[in-house]
Write a protein that binds this ligand. Structure first.
Ligand code: ZN
Length: 229
Protein backbone atom coordinates (compact mmCIF):
# COMPACT_ATOMS: atom_id res chain seq x y z
CA UNK A 1 0.00 0.00 0.00
CA UNK A 2 1.22 3.51 -0.76
CA UNK A 3 2.60 5.06 2.40
CA UNK A 4 0.26 8.09 2.53
CA UNK A 5 -2.69 5.82 1.85
CA UNK A 6 -1.69 3.63 4.76
CA UNK A 7 -1.37 6.70 7.00
CA UNK A 8 -4.95 7.66 6.17
CA UNK A 9 -6.21 4.08 6.57
CA UNK A 10 -4.36 3.74 9.91
CA UNK A 11 -5.97 6.93 11.15
CA UNK A 12 -9.52 5.73 10.51
CA UNK A 13 -9.01 2.00 11.04
CA UNK A 14 -6.03 1.48 13.36
CA UNK A 15 -4.31 -1.83 12.75
CA UNK A 16 -3.45 -3.72 15.94
CA UNK A 17 -0.83 -6.28 16.92
CA UNK A 18 -2.28 -9.82 16.66
CA UNK A 19 -0.43 -10.83 19.83
CA UNK A 20 -0.63 -7.94 22.34
CA UNK A 21 -3.38 -5.81 20.77
CA UNK A 22 -1.34 -2.57 20.72
CA UNK A 23 -1.88 -0.20 17.79
CA UNK A 24 0.73 -0.92 15.11
CA UNK A 25 3.21 1.67 13.91
CA UNK A 26 3.39 2.70 10.28
CA UNK A 27 6.18 0.23 9.42
CA UNK A 28 4.82 -2.73 11.44
CA UNK A 29 2.66 -5.51 9.97
CA UNK A 30 0.41 -7.90 11.93
CA UNK A 31 2.82 -8.05 14.90
CA UNK A 32 4.45 -5.15 16.73
CA UNK A 33 8.24 -5.02 16.89
CA UNK A 34 8.24 -6.05 20.57
CA UNK A 35 6.08 -9.16 20.00
CA UNK A 36 8.25 -10.09 17.02
CA UNK A 37 11.34 -9.84 19.29
CA UNK A 38 9.66 -11.67 22.20
CA UNK A 39 8.46 -14.52 19.98
CA UNK A 40 9.75 -17.75 21.61
CA UNK A 41 11.87 -19.03 18.72
CA UNK A 42 12.78 -22.72 18.59
CA UNK A 43 16.16 -22.31 16.89
CA UNK A 44 15.51 -25.72 15.27
CA UNK A 45 16.80 -24.59 11.87
CA UNK A 46 20.33 -24.31 13.28
CA UNK A 47 20.25 -27.77 14.85
CA UNK A 48 19.96 -30.97 12.79
CA UNK A 49 18.95 -33.30 15.65
CA UNK A 50 16.33 -31.00 17.16
CA UNK A 51 13.27 -32.10 19.17
CA UNK A 52 11.00 -31.95 16.11
CA UNK A 53 13.32 -34.10 13.97
CA UNK A 54 13.44 -36.61 16.84
CA UNK A 55 9.65 -37.16 16.57
CA UNK A 56 10.32 -39.06 13.34
CA UNK A 57 13.36 -41.11 14.33
CA UNK A 58 12.89 -44.76 13.43
CA UNK A 59 9.62 -43.97 11.64
CA UNK A 60 10.46 -41.88 8.60
CA UNK A 61 13.68 -40.55 7.09
CA UNK A 62 13.35 -36.76 7.34
CA UNK A 63 15.97 -34.56 5.72
CA UNK A 64 15.36 -31.39 7.78
CA UNK A 65 12.65 -30.36 10.27
CA UNK A 66 11.93 -26.99 11.82
CA UNK A 67 9.29 -24.84 13.54
CA UNK A 68 9.42 -21.04 13.80
CA UNK A 69 8.26 -20.57 17.40
CA UNK A 70 6.97 -22.46 20.46
CA UNK A 71 3.47 -22.20 21.81
CA UNK A 72 2.21 -23.22 25.20
CA UNK A 73 -1.39 -23.59 26.37
CA UNK A 74 -3.04 -20.22 26.91
CA UNK A 75 -0.09 -18.19 25.62
CA UNK A 76 -0.58 -15.16 23.37
CA UNK A 77 1.32 -16.93 20.61
CA UNK A 78 -1.10 -19.85 20.78
CA UNK A 79 -3.93 -17.37 20.30
CA UNK A 80 -2.06 -16.10 17.24
CA UNK A 81 -2.24 -19.57 15.70
CA UNK A 82 -5.93 -19.74 16.61
CA UNK A 83 -6.57 -16.47 14.76
CA UNK A 84 -4.82 -17.76 11.65
CA UNK A 85 -6.62 -21.08 11.79
CA UNK A 86 -10.17 -20.20 12.79
CA UNK A 87 -10.65 -16.42 12.66
CA UNK A 88 -10.03 -15.92 8.98
CA UNK A 89 -6.65 -14.20 9.45
CA UNK A 90 -5.04 -16.13 6.63
CA UNK A 91 -2.99 -13.14 5.43
CA UNK A 92 -1.27 -13.10 8.83
CA UNK A 93 -0.30 -16.76 8.18
CA UNK A 94 1.11 -15.73 4.80
CA UNK A 95 3.10 -12.91 6.41
CA UNK A 96 4.56 -15.17 9.13
CA UNK A 97 5.41 -17.76 6.46
CA UNK A 98 7.50 -15.08 4.75
CA UNK A 99 9.16 -14.02 8.01
CA UNK A 100 10.02 -17.64 8.82
CA UNK A 101 11.42 -18.21 5.31
CA UNK A 102 13.82 -15.27 5.72
CA UNK A 103 15.41 -16.95 8.75
CA UNK A 104 15.40 -20.38 7.09
CA UNK A 105 17.07 -19.01 4.00
CA UNK A 106 20.10 -17.80 5.91
CA UNK A 107 20.33 -21.20 7.67
CA UNK A 108 20.51 -23.00 4.27
CA UNK A 109 17.27 -24.83 5.05
CA UNK A 110 15.96 -24.71 1.45
CA UNK A 111 19.03 -26.31 -0.12
CA UNK A 112 17.88 -28.92 -2.65
CA UNK A 113 14.13 -28.43 -1.97
CA UNK A 114 12.14 -28.80 -5.21
CA UNK A 115 8.55 -28.19 -4.06
CA UNK A 116 6.67 -26.81 -1.08
CA UNK A 117 3.51 -28.72 -0.16
CA UNK A 118 0.94 -27.69 2.47
CA UNK A 119 -0.79 -30.32 4.64
CA UNK A 120 -4.20 -30.58 2.95
CA UNK A 121 -7.53 -30.22 4.73
CA UNK A 122 -10.37 -32.56 3.95
CA UNK A 123 -12.40 -30.94 1.17
CA UNK A 124 -15.54 -30.49 3.27
CA UNK A 125 -13.54 -28.87 6.07
CA UNK A 126 -11.85 -26.44 3.68
CA UNK A 127 -15.22 -25.55 2.17
CA UNK A 128 -16.60 -24.81 5.64
CA UNK A 129 -13.60 -22.72 6.73
CA UNK A 130 -13.17 -21.09 3.33
CA UNK A 131 -9.41 -21.59 3.22
CA UNK A 132 -6.56 -23.87 4.27
CA UNK A 133 -4.36 -22.01 6.75
CA UNK A 134 -1.37 -24.25 5.97
CA UNK A 135 -1.61 -23.34 2.30
CA UNK A 136 -1.37 -19.61 3.14
CA UNK A 137 1.68 -20.22 5.35
CA UNK A 138 3.24 -22.41 2.64
CA UNK A 139 2.56 -19.76 -0.03
CA UNK A 140 4.37 -17.16 2.10
CA UNK A 141 7.37 -19.48 2.42
CA UNK A 142 7.27 -20.34 -1.31
CA UNK A 143 7.14 -16.69 -2.41
CA UNK A 144 10.02 -15.67 -0.15
CA UNK A 145 12.18 -18.71 -0.98
CA UNK A 146 11.39 -18.64 -4.70
CA UNK A 147 10.34 -22.31 -4.69
CA UNK A 148 7.22 -23.59 -6.41
CA UNK A 149 4.14 -24.41 -4.31
CA UNK A 150 2.31 -27.62 -5.17
CA UNK A 151 -1.03 -27.75 -3.35
CA UNK A 152 -3.02 -30.27 -5.37
CA UNK A 153 -0.83 -33.39 -5.38
CA UNK A 154 -1.32 -34.50 -1.78
CA UNK A 155 -4.96 -35.12 -0.85
CA UNK A 156 -6.77 -35.83 2.41
CA UNK A 157 -9.34 -38.62 2.15
CA UNK A 158 -10.58 -38.90 5.72
CA UNK A 159 -12.51 -36.32 7.67
CA UNK A 160 -10.70 -36.14 10.98
CA UNK A 161 -13.69 -34.81 12.95
CA UNK A 162 -15.53 -38.03 12.17
CA UNK A 163 -12.89 -39.90 14.16
CA UNK A 164 -13.68 -38.49 17.59
CA UNK A 165 -15.73 -41.55 18.54
CA UNK A 166 -12.87 -43.93 17.79
CA UNK A 167 -10.17 -45.17 20.14
CA UNK A 168 -6.57 -43.92 20.04
CA UNK A 169 -5.28 -46.84 18.00
CA UNK A 170 -8.08 -46.66 15.40
CA UNK A 171 -7.54 -42.92 15.13
CA UNK A 172 -3.83 -43.51 14.58
CA UNK A 173 -4.58 -45.99 11.79
CA UNK A 174 -7.13 -43.66 10.19
CA UNK A 175 -4.65 -40.73 10.25
CA UNK A 176 -2.00 -42.94 8.66
CA UNK A 177 -4.30 -43.77 5.81
CA UNK A 178 -5.88 -40.33 5.46
CA UNK A 179 -3.38 -38.87 2.99
CA UNK A 180 -2.52 -39.91 -0.52
CA UNK A 181 -0.05 -38.60 -3.08
CA UNK A 182 -1.78 -38.59 -6.46
CA UNK A 183 0.04 -40.45 -9.24
CA UNK A 184 1.89 -38.67 -12.06
CA UNK A 185 2.62 -35.46 -10.17
CA UNK A 186 5.94 -33.57 -10.33
CA UNK A 187 6.58 -34.65 -6.72
CA UNK A 188 7.73 -38.10 -7.85
CA UNK A 189 11.51 -38.14 -7.41
CA UNK A 190 11.50 -34.67 -5.79
CA UNK A 191 12.69 -33.26 -2.45
CA UNK A 192 9.47 -32.03 -0.85
CA UNK A 193 9.12 -29.50 1.97
CA UNK A 194 5.90 -30.23 3.85
CA UNK A 195 4.30 -27.26 5.65
CA UNK A 196 1.71 -27.22 8.44
CA UNK A 197 0.56 -24.64 10.99
CA UNK A 198 1.59 -26.55 14.14
CA UNK A 199 3.33 -29.73 15.23
CA UNK A 200 2.30 -31.50 18.44
CA UNK A 201 2.75 -35.29 18.31
CA UNK A 202 3.87 -35.22 14.65
CA UNK A 203 1.19 -37.79 13.66
CA UNK A 204 -0.22 -35.71 10.79
CA UNK A 205 3.22 -34.81 9.39
CA UNK A 206 4.27 -38.45 9.68
CA UNK A 207 1.17 -39.63 7.79
CA UNK A 208 1.81 -37.09 5.00
CA UNK A 209 5.51 -38.01 4.91
CA UNK A 210 4.63 -41.68 4.57
CA UNK A 211 2.29 -40.82 1.69
CA UNK A 212 5.16 -38.97 -0.03
CA UNK A 213 7.52 -41.92 0.36
CA UNK A 214 4.84 -44.36 -0.81
CA UNK A 215 4.08 -42.10 -3.78
CA UNK A 216 7.72 -41.92 -4.87
CA UNK A 217 9.06 -38.61 -3.49
CA UNK A 218 12.85 -38.70 -3.04
CA UNK A 219 13.31 -36.71 0.17
CA UNK A 220 11.03 -35.11 2.75
CA UNK A 221 11.64 -32.03 4.92
CA UNK A 222 9.16 -30.38 7.26
CA UNK A 223 8.41 -26.86 8.50
CA UNK A 224 5.65 -25.60 10.78
CA UNK A 225 4.88 -22.15 12.12
CA UNK A 226 4.66 -23.38 15.69
CA UNK A 227 5.65 -26.33 17.88
CA UNK A 228 3.91 -27.40 21.10
CA UNK A 229 6.09 -27.22 24.20
ZN1 ZN B 1 2.51 -6.77 20.09
Amino acid sequence: MRSWLRDIADFFFPRTCRVCGKVLLHNEEYLCMQCMLDMPRTGFAMEQDNAMAQLFYGKLPVERATAYFYFTKGSDYRRLIHRIKYNGEKECGYYLGKMMARELFSAGFFKGVDYIVPVPLHRSKERKRGYNQSEWIAQGIADEAGIELCADALVCRTHRDSQTQKGIYDRYLATREAFELLPNTPLVGAHVLLVDDVVTTGATLLACGEAFVKGGARQVSMATLAAAK
